[in-house]
Structure formats: C-alpha cells, structure tokens
Design a protein around this ligand. Structure first.
Ligand code: ZN
Length: 70
C-alpha cells in the first residue's frame, strides 16, 4: 500500500523503503517496508515528507532531498 494515496498496487510498481535504525533506506530488504507508488513519488516533497514522518515516528533522520532517493 502506498503511504501517500493509500492505494494498493503490485509490489513491483512501488518504490520500497525501509527503516534501518534511525535511517531511511532504499531498496534494502530489512525491517518494515514502506511503499510509495510512482504517481506519489512525483508529488511535492513536503507531501512526501509528511507521509514519511507519520509512518516512521521513530525516524529521526529523514533525508532533506527525499526525491533524490528514488
Ligand atoms: Zn500513491
């Protein structure tokens, strides 16, 4: 499920993130997966930032340039 629009997609269509300690990782298969669809990946960074902060309350470091991760 995409964390921004909450729609369900096939996993291969989603960007997968995960949390490693307090860091956000991309394409790493550990921890709890956080998914973002391709449409939402194009949304404004502040929208993404908000969704990520909500999902990862323990996450202290959210990259400033989230989009560079995709
Ligand atoms: Zn989405």
């Amino acid at each position: 499920m995409c964390i921004v629009c909450k729609n369900r997609f096939e996993k291969r269509l989603l960007n997968r993130f995960s949390m490693d300690a307090n860091k956000l990782c991309v394409n790493v298969k550990l921890g709890r997966g956080i998914y973002l669809c391709q449409t939402c990946a194009l949304k404004e960074e502040k929208i993404l930032y908000k969704a990520f902060s909500k999902m990862c309350k323990k996450l202290k470091i959210i990259p400033q340039n989230l989009k560079e991760l995709f």
